[in-house]
Design a binder for this molecule. Structure first.
Ligand code: ZN
Length: 342
């Protein structure tokens, strides 16, 4: 399961970082400094613990490993893990990554080296989490979801303003269903509806289960779970609902409209708006990832001498970053990194 994972090696600790590859820090037996990367699974053997940067399912493989977990208390709660499986380490600190509730980035300092691993991040805060601040480091391992100069995202405030306008224009005569990933994005949508529109939405079962955990962590989301008498009453006239992204499309909206004898519009929230086609009445570019300019800004402000591209199309991302003067390489090229730091 750990094959291909990023593994951070510190004296006395081998820590799997979300996914893909292997980074080691510290000194070799001969005394030379190393910060290397190995993409084979043998480096992952003997893992002591797993770092889970946030609760999105493509980052939580370590939760099932049975190993101790380095993660925020929010991430542990969202992964339905007791705080007792959580560990800390004197050479590692975690700070907000600006991606969802509990998402962290990691800074490891060892033998005079510092390495930061962003996980998924954004510089801008959301309605349920704080934004990310660049960490000072020599080696930066950055996510690269939108690491392409073509990918420029509007601010969240702009997106929320547009969503509010669209709702205002349509809410009188239509029920509205908003779609976003159940963990993280759907809760942002609920908070947006509460805060910007003074709307209490109905939410589906899977969104309700995450909202419950958000509220147990102090988020104060106001919503009504589907299937309750209160939700049934709300659905006797045009209502607003939040559902998982993959369930929301025009066909589903039409079926719900037919069943409730009203017109239903649907909208999706995704950073891929304008890139992919979606079968929805509106698509809003609400993203919790850094766009290209923010990845560049992070890399520059971090002072990193070397930037390793991870969690995306790493080769292409590194080429884009090199064009703007950043010493970047795909995370897989550990040998090159060792040479750089030798
Ligand atoms: Zn994520």
């Amino acid at each position: 399961m750990l094959s291909g994972d990023l593994v951070l090696s510190l004296p006395g600790l081998k820590l799997a970082l979300d996914h893909a590859g292997s980074v080691s820090m510290g000194r070799r037996a001969g005394g030379s400094k190393t910060a290397g990367l190995h993409e084979n699974s043998s480096a992952a053997a003997g893992i002591d613990a797993c770092y889970v940067s946030h609760a999105h399912s493509d980052h939580t493989a370590g939760v099932k490993s049975g190993k101790p977990l380095l993660a925020s208390k929010e991430t542990l709660a969202l992964c339905k893990k007791s705080a007792e499986v959580g560990i800390t380490h004197e050479k590692i600190s975690l700070s907000p990554a600006g991606h969802m509730l509990g998402a962290t980035q990691l800074l490891a300092q060892c033998d005079g080296y510092s390495l930061a691993y962003t996980g998924d991040f954004s510089m801008e805060g959301g309605l349920t989490y704080k934004g990310c601040k660049p960490l000072q480091c020599e080696v930066l391992v950055t996510e690269t979801t939108y690491c392409d100069p073509q990918r420029s995202l509007p601010t969240k405030e702009e997106v929320f303003t547009n969503m509010e306008r669209w709702l205002d224009e349509n809410i009188e005569s239509n029920a509205i269903i908003l779609g976003g990933y159940s963990t993280g994005k759907a809760e942002e949508l609920v908070k947006f509806l509460n805060k910007y529109c003074s709307i209490t939405p109905i939410v589906s079962k899977s969104v309700d289960s995450v909202c419950k955990i958000y509220n147990s962590l102090g988020c104060d989301l106001k919503y009504v779970p589907a299937g309750t008498p209160e939700a049934a009453e709300m659905m006797s006239e045009p209502f607003v609902a939040v559902m998982p992204f993959h369930q929301v499309n025009r066909r589903m909206a039409a079926e719900i409209g037919e069943a409730n004898n009203m017109n239903v519009l649907c909208a999706l929230a995704t950073g891929w708006a304008g890139v992919h086609d979606y079968n929805a009445d509106a698509v809003f570019p609400l993203s919790d990832h850094a766009d290209f300019d923010d990845i560049v800004r992070y890399a520059q402000e971090s002072g990193a001498k070397t930037v390793l591209c991870a969690l995306g199309e790493n080769e292409k991302a590194a080429a884009h970053l090199r064009k703007v003067g950043i010493n970047a390489m795909p995370a897989e090229k550990g040998v090159m990194l060792q040479q750089t730091l030798a």
